[in-house]
Design a protein around this ligand. Structure first.
Ligand code: CP
Ligand code: NVA
Length: 304
């Protein structure tokens, strides 16, 4: 692997390899076993959108691996004043050992990778959120010990999370069922990847999607950058809430995941959220371990 731009680029073996390494790094961290695999390395973190988990988990993860992380917001970088990403990529490649970027367009992340000469990690775009889904798969596997054959159900907006969950779930042998309103379906490229797979099911009926699910997942109805559409979206997603009624259709004792931030009484009820808070915050913790696995895989020198 050279970059982590989207899960569509990753093989099943690469995804499982990252999850295995993430488990190992989590074990080492819990047992105070030092793992300074990135001693002396520098990660630049470009943020064009807000973040709590991604910023803090990448930054602390990098320190735990013996390296350093630089927070670069678009308010400070010349990117914010129109310097092309192609030039930024070629400059930053001369200072840094890797870049994590959170931005709007997927093309910007792909451009960084094409013009730069260092590993690029996608920390969320409008198209996908691969780091989050690696953490989700890790958390699901911790609970069930396997991924293959489990039924993952996603309810709500066909957004970046839906796109990455579909790809990550199908590539690891899960059955993936999605319920979105017809006007808010996942990205066409992801649908083209998923639809030929007999393990994929999409509907506009949340109860049908949730039937017998092992894991139920949701996300905000208005992602970053969609603030102006909020009112329209709140109406469009009525009936797509993860609540007790929906969970009654899933397997008894099913797992609930949410990438956070969670909007109570919108996409999820407070009751369901609190009853599943332990596994949701474990998912948030696993961002740290999963991303450390990504950084070690992409940024360790060959001779390390
Ligand atoms: N889930 C997630 O990516 O959180 P942040 O937006 O806080 O980074
Ligand atoms: N779909 C959400 C995920 C936040 C982590 C967004 O893009 O805002």
């Amino acid at each position: 692997m050279k970059h982590l731009l989207k899960l569509l680029d990753c093989s099943t073996e690469e995804i499982i390899g990252l999850l295995d390494l993430a488990d190992q790094l989590k074990y080492e961290r819990k047992h105070n076993i030092s793992h300074r695999h990135l001693e002396g390395k520098n990660l630049g973190m470009i943020f064009q959108k807000s973040s709590t988990r991604t910023r803090v988990s990448f930054e602390t993860g990098m320190y735990q691996l013996g390296g350093q992380a630089l927070f670069l917001s678009n308010r400070d970088l010349q990117i914010g004043r129109g310097e092309p990403v192609q030039d930024t990529a070629r400059v930053l490649s001369r200072y840094l050992d890797g870049i994590m970027i959170r931005t709007y367009e997927q093309k910007e992340v792909e451009d960084l990778a094409n013009y730069g000469s260092i590993p690029i990690i996608n920390g969320l775009t409008d198209f996908c959120h691969p780091c989050q889904v690696l953490a989700d798969l890790m958390t699901i596997r911790e609970k069930f010990a396997v991924l293959e054959g489990l039924k993952m159900c996603y309810i709500g907006d066909g957004n970046n999370m839906a796109n990455s969950l579909i790809v990550g779930g199908l590539k690891t042998g899960m059955r993936v069922s999605i319920a979105t309103p017809v006007d808010y379906r996942p990205d066409a490229e992801v649908m083209a990847f998923a639809e030929p797979n007999p393990n994929f099911f999409i509907t506009d009926d949340p109860m049908k999607a949730a039937e017998n699910a092992d894991v139920v997942i949701t996300d905000t109805w208005a992602s970053m950058g969609q603030e102006a559409e909020k009112e329209v979206r709140m109406k469009a997603f009525q009936g797509y809430q993860v609540n007790d009624e929906l969970l009654a259709a899933a397997k008894p004792g099913c797992m609930v995941q949410h990438c956070l931030p969670a909007y109570r009484e919108q996409e999820i009820t407070t009751k369901v959220f609190e009853e599943h808070a332990n596994e949701i915050f474990e998912e948030a913790e696993n961002r740290l371990h999963a991303q450390k696995a990504v950084m070690v895989t992409l940024m360790s020198s060959k001779e390390d």
